[in-house]
Design a protein. Structure first.
Length: 325
């Protein structure tokens, strides 16, 4: 037994070098995207399977109930630091909001929820994260997202080549999200902007690039400046509960149509405004919310309605803090 163990330990680096499916991946990287075979091969060989990454994706914060999830992000500290971040970057945030047509407080809140304004950007090596989830996605989870992560790995290698990034050294979240705004590689390639004009899109060190890129992301997904994000709703006893959104938060019916289906909200809302209805678990019961196009846009950043609601709540608290300061 001991001999086998020693042998396994001795052989471990060789096993790690050959990830399942890596040969097909390398072939595609070369033939479809013109990446250098030796470079891709040596990067994959340097990548390590990490059990900690599998463990982390198996228990995401979003699995918690809303009343447990919200306090993670809605802390006095995160609100105060948001006010501080906004004050420190006031002109930049105004310029970005104007250029992209995105409300200032939401840009600040997203960076706050993602990384506490750049303080916590993640300590997992991005290469390990994407190889682990692309090639070893745990089978016991409800949906197999290995092809998504393998695709992100390909984007990552292309991004590193395009931007001259050190692909073996970058660190980020367990899911491969990078920098102050936690952009996945495909989003980085598609939506990152060089807002400070130094010729590079740097989502780690350039606050201007980060703020610009978050705003551009929201803008490109259809943000409507000055329009509502969400509004509390109340359900009648015979409301159409089976039409409450669970996965897709695209507005489908108007405020008036939802009212006819038993979901009432503020009289100040335009009856024609398209909305969805969601419910979130409070400690004792559920609460219902009308959610609008802007809420849907925030879920393009992270699919969880709890994430979008936390961003919205934090944005409101920070805006109040700015008013007080
Ligand atoms: Ca730049």
């Amino acid at each position: 037994m001991r001999i086998i163990l020693v042998l396994l330990l001795f052989c471990a680096p060789a096993f790690a070098a050959q990830h399942p499916g890596s040969e097909a991946f390398i072939k595609r990287a070369v033939s479809e995207y013109g990446l250098d075979e030796n470079e891709v091969r040596s990067l994959l060989q340097a990548a390590e399977y990490k059990q900690s990454i599998v463990d982390a994706i198996s228990r995401p914060a979003e699995a918690r109930a809303w009343h447990q999830y919200r306090p993670i992000f809605l802390t006095d500290k995160r609100i105060e630091q948001g006010v501080e971040f906004w004050q420190d970057n006031r002109d930049l945030i105004t310029a970005v909001a104007e250029k992209y047509g995105v409300d200032e407080e939401v840009i600040v809140a997203i960076i706050g929820v993602e990384t506490s304004y750049g303080r916590i950007t993640g300590g997992y090596r991005t290469l390990d994260a994407l190889v682990t989830l692309g090639f070893y996605y745990p089978e016991n989870l409800s949906s197999d997202r290995s092809s998504f992560f393998a695709s992100e790995l390909m984007h990552y290698l292309r991004l590193a080549k395009e931007e001259g990034l050190p692909a073996a050294e970058i660190t980020g979240s367990y899911a491969g999200a990078m920098g102050m705004g936690q952009f996945m590689p495909s989003s980085y390639r598609e939506y990152a902007v060089d807002f400070d004009g130094d010729g590079r899109r740097d989502l780690w060190r350039s606050t201007a690039d980060v703020v610009g890129s978050v705003a551009n992301y929201l803008h490109r997904h259809g943000w409507q400046p000055g329009q509502p994000v969400t509004m509390r709703a109340w359900a009648a006893q015979d409301a159409a509960f089976d039409e409450v959104s669970r996965r897709n938060f695209k507005p489908t019916l108007s405020v008036a149509e939802w009212r006819a289906k038993g979901f009432h909200s503020s009289d100040q809302l335009s009856p024609d405004l398209p909305a969805a209805v969601i419910k979130l678990a409070e400690k004792e019961r559920h609460r219902y919310w009308l959610t609008f196009k802007n809420f849907y846009v925030i879920t393009r950043y992270n699919r969880s309605p709890k994430y979008a609601m936390a961003v919205f709540d934090l944005s409101q608290e920070i805006a109040v803090g700015m008013g007080d300061s």
